[in-house]
Design a binder for this molecule. Structure first.
Ligand code: UDP
Length: 413
């Protein structure tokens, strides 16, 4: 409800969830499933329905004004969105849906009523959880409101299956929200291994206009407090104080656009770089489509993911699939997405001094980086979206069988 599969990820409300929905829908369609995705129309001229891949339809529903709305205002549009979902189903072919899979709590609320109305199971993925975010809040970041905590709890209570990205997330659903362990399924997200694949670092740097002999520290993602790009900038500034000669060779690249409050001020990172005296080494790049992003990962010496919390962290996986090791915060799904000491390294806490030390050590150890790069490729190769779709099919079949008390045959994956 709060973002569309057609949006460019990496800015505003569009991120890993959008990528997840598009990639898993395409793979489900290849397994013979007809997928229809309902999303809120954010422009008057959007077609009511768009086919984004064979067997995958996106339906634009009118709920509120035809423009971006602050996520905080969207709960007021839940009724409008739900009534459009129900009207669409009744108008075209009542009874044609077998399963509802809702993503994020707002859509979960809509799925809750649609499930009751249609008599089909609701499978829900949280993507992020208010209670987890509030426990790990970045300094100055606003806590998630009670309305979201309550709304998430209701969805957890009514969903037939809850899909968690990792075992840690499953534990959080059970421990913090009291989810029934029998209804929680762990399904790993994937990475598009044909887009994110290793290729020449030199050629990627030429295409992006980066010096061949530079150490490139890369941040990719939405510019928001939770993602902590400021920790990278502060760490880079410390690295330059400790080792001034590095200034000739260091590039800090941040790819992504503003999102939410706080760091959303478009000039935030520019101002911080100037304040820290490192504007000459920082490059801010607007959100990039995936093919171009793959070049940024290939060009990077290391991808830095200092997030305060992360339910998985697709960026970490994409970087590794391109053969670039990751330095990530030891939080949430990043502990699964990165194998510490094998495909990258995990850093505890968010003290820029610790990050500066970890990064300087990595830059000074080319053989260690080469070992991590090999480990990164191998680790990422185990995550494909086909496997995600096949596992989702098992979860859907289990939910249908449980609700209707009949076994369901799965198509061949
Ligand atoms: N992304 C992108 N272009 C950008 C920045 C990010 O396409 O300029 C994509 C990136 O490829 C990844 C997603 O946005 O798939 C971010 O997902 P992640 O799980 O890392 O973070 P989230 O946004 O879900 O918090």
């Amino acid at each position: 409800m709060h973002t569309s599969p057609l949006d460019q990820p990496g800015t505003g409300d569009a991120g890993g969830m959008n990528v997840y929905i598009v990639e898993s829908a395409k793979r489900l369609a290849r397994l013979g499933v007809e997928v229809e995705i309902f999303t809120r129309a954010t422009a008057r001229d959007l077609p009511p329905v768009a086919e984004i891949a064979p067997g995958v339809l996106v339906r634009h529903l009118t709920a509120g004004p035809y423009e971006e709305m602050d996520r905080a205002d969207l709960p007021g549009q839940l009724c409008a969105f739900l009534s459009e979902v129900l009207r669409t189903e009744a108008m075209y072919d009542a009874g044609r849906y077998d399963v509802i899979h809702s993503h994020y709590w707002l859509s979960g609320q809509v799925g809750w009523l649609a499930k009751e109305r249609w008599g089909v199971p609701l499978v829900h993925t949280m993507h992020t959880m208010a209670k987890v975010k509030n426990l790990l809040l970045a300094r100055g970041d606003k806590p998630e409101p009670a309305a979201r905590v309550i709304g998430e709890q209701q969805v957890v209570d009514v969903a037939d299956r809850l899909v968690a990205n990792t075992g840690d997330e499953a534990d959080e659903l059970i421990g913090l929200y009291g989810a029934d362990p029998g209804r929680v399924a762990v399904v790993s997200p994937g990475v598009n291994l044909s887009v994110f694949r290793p290729a020449s670092q030199g050629a990627a740097r030429r295409r992006l206009g980066l010096p061949q002999d530079a150490h490139v520290l890369l941040f990719v993602g939405r510019i928001q407090p939770l993602k902590a790009p400021d920790v990278l900038l502060r760490a880079a500034s410390r690295m330059l104080i400790d080792e001034p000669a590095l200034r000739e060779r260091l590039v800090v690249a941040c790819v992504g656009g503003p999102s939410g409050n706080g760091l959303a001020r478009p000039s935030f990172l520019t101002d911080l770089a100037a304040e820290l005296g490192i504007a000459d080494v920082v490059r801010l790049v607007p959100p990039a489509p995936q093919e171009e992003l793959a070049d940024w990962y290939r060009a990077a010496t290391v991808t830095v993911v200092p997030s305060y919390s992360e339910s998985f962290g697709l960026v970490a996986l994409e970087s590794q699939a391109c053969g670039t090791p990751v330095a990530a915060a030891a939080v949430g799904g990043l502990r699964t997405a990165v194998r510490d000491g094998v495909s990258g390294l995990l850093v505890n806490g968010h003290d820029p001094a610790d990050w500066a030390l970890a990064l300087r050590r990595l830059l000074a150890a080319p053989r260690r980086r080469a070992r991590l790069a090999a480990g990164a490729r191998e680790h990422a190769a185990a995550f494909g979206w086909q496997a995600t779709a096949a596992r989702l099919m098992e979860v859907y079949a289990g939910a249908v069988a449980h609700l209707h008390k009949v076994p369901v045959a799965l198509p061949n994956a």
